[in-house]
Design a protein around this ligand. Structure first.
Ligand SMILES: Nc1nc2c(c(=O)[nH]1)N[C@H]1C(S)=C(S)[C@@H](COP(=O)(O)O)O[C@H]1N2
Ligand SMILES: [Mo]
Length: 406
């Protein structure tokens, strides 16, 4: 199965997936907008490579569910192909002598960045969507800067290998290969600098079988990842979903990212003594509102998704007050952003910042109810943010303070 034709075929299948995964990954980074106020999930941002040329739009409401769904689906689908590709080229790892010339040394160094970078971004991505982080570095900057290393090395690799890929794919047609059984399978001819074997044994599988096994694995991965993205009846296919596959169908029965208990929310603080503080930092104007005060304001109802970076999304019917009404209350409609903080005392997601275009959208709510019932403690009682098209992580739960800033 080893040789430049197979490597070229697998690379050609990988490339479109990597392009989709990268573009949607960078869009995700824009959507996070860590530069804005206290979206402090990237750690110390502003280190050169930031891409925030625009505020993430609020329309269409399903935008982030779509881009992040694509990110996770394309990434997960690519895994079997990536592993097969690495298997096909692995003899190159043991090449001897390790460097024959300066050019050869540079090429091998770029391959180190390519292979290491790809394994790093894929591994950190999967671990993150599985809610498992057995390391001490922050995920977002590591995954983000890791992607630059991987894509830089990939661009170099494509430029140097493109002629070979074209030549090899022209030499042997996929259609022909798919017609050959194991007896008809001939090894690729040995060639300088490739992984085609010099002294091959008889094949234990046809090329068609090998390609079929990879394709079937990839399609299975697409279905598993797609089940979380599409939700509803498809969610039952999401057999690896860390948040489970079924929630029953009560008003508050949909996935919870972090429970109140895990976030360290103590019930007395969410009781009748709870107040929402709304501040206009520039003028010092302030309002302190109880849940009853908020319920006495004009209520609006919107169907909006929560779309998590993990790839899952769920659309629910939210009721509460408009964020723009709260901005107006303290005369902050034109402020650049609002910093939203929660009762949660620790953890990066305890606060987030929303740009002016985001808090002033008519559909952006401080939600008090969901599907007609009070929001449950796990979904952010007494009040949570829900803004169209933003990543779930910006929909802060257990809100207790909103500071508008210029
Ligand atoms: N205070 C607080 N708000 C939070 C979080 C959190 O950990 N703490 N998690 C965020 C993330 S990552 C997501 S995806 C959504 C999920 O909302 P849900 O748990 O109601 O489904 O809440 C967001 N709001
Ligand atoms: Mo999330």
């Amino acid at each position: 199965m080893r040789g430049p034709w197979m490597a070229s075929l697998l690379s050609s299948a990988l490339l479109p997936l990597i392009v989709i995964c990268s573009l949607t990954g960078f869009l995700s980074h824009v959507a996070y907008y860590p530069e804005l106020g206290s979206n402090s999930i990237t750690g110390d941002s502003g280190v050169g490579f930031d891409l925030y040329f625009f505020d993430w739009p609020t329309t269409p409401a399903w935008l982030y569910a779509f881009t992040q769904g694509l990110h996770v689906i394309s990434g997960v689908t690519a895994i079997p192909i990536l592993l097969a590709k690495l298997w096909v080229v692995i003899p190159k790892l043991f090449e001897w002598p390790p460097a024959r010339s300066i050019a050869h040394a540079i090429e091998r160094l770029s391959l180190l960045l390519l292979v290491g970078g790809s394994l790093f971004v894929f591994f950190t991505g999967i671990m993150n969507i599985q809610l498992y982080a057995p390391w001490s570095f922050p995920f977002v900057p590591a995954h983000y800067y890791g992607a630059f290393v991987f894509l830089g090395a990939l661009a170099f690799h494509i430029v140097t290998k493109l002629p070979t890929v074209q030549r090899k794919l022209n030499e042997r047609s996929l259609r022909q290969v798919l017609r050959e059984n194991r007896e008809q399978t001939e090894p690729e001819p040995p060639e300088h600098e490739t992984t085609a074997p010099v002294d091959p044994v008889d094949p234990s599988i046809s090329r068609r079988g090998f390609i079929g096994a990879i394709a079937a694995s990839s399609v299975a991965m697409t279905i598993i990842a797609g089940g979380q993205v599409l939700g509803g009846p498809f969610r039952r296919f999401a057999i690896l979903a860390p948040h489970g596959r079924d929630y029953g169908d009560g008003p508050n029965d949909f996935q919870v990212n972090k429970t109140a208990e895990l976030a360290g929310i103590k019930t007395p603080t969410t009781g009748p003594s709870w107040r929402l503080t709304v501040v206009n930092e520039q003028t010092g104007e302030q309002a302190k509102l109880s849940r009853d005060d908020l319920l006495a304001m004009t209520q609006y109802t919107e169907d909006l998704p929560i779309a998590c970076v993990e790839g899952w999304s769920t659309t629910q019917t939210w009721t509460g007050v408009r964020l723009r009404d709260l901005a107006e209350m303290v005369g902050a409609q034109e402020d650049r952003y609002v910093q939203v903080e929660s009762l949660q005392e620790f953890g990066a997601f305890r606060q987030a910042a929303l740009a002016q275009s985001q808090f002033s959208d008519d559909r952006s709510l401080l939600a008090l109810k969901v599907n007609g019932a009070d929001i449950s403690l796990d979904h952010g009682f007494p009040a949570r943010i829900i803004v169209p098209a933003l990543p779930g992580v910006h929909n802060t739960k257990w809100v207790n303070r909103m500071t508008f800033r210029v």
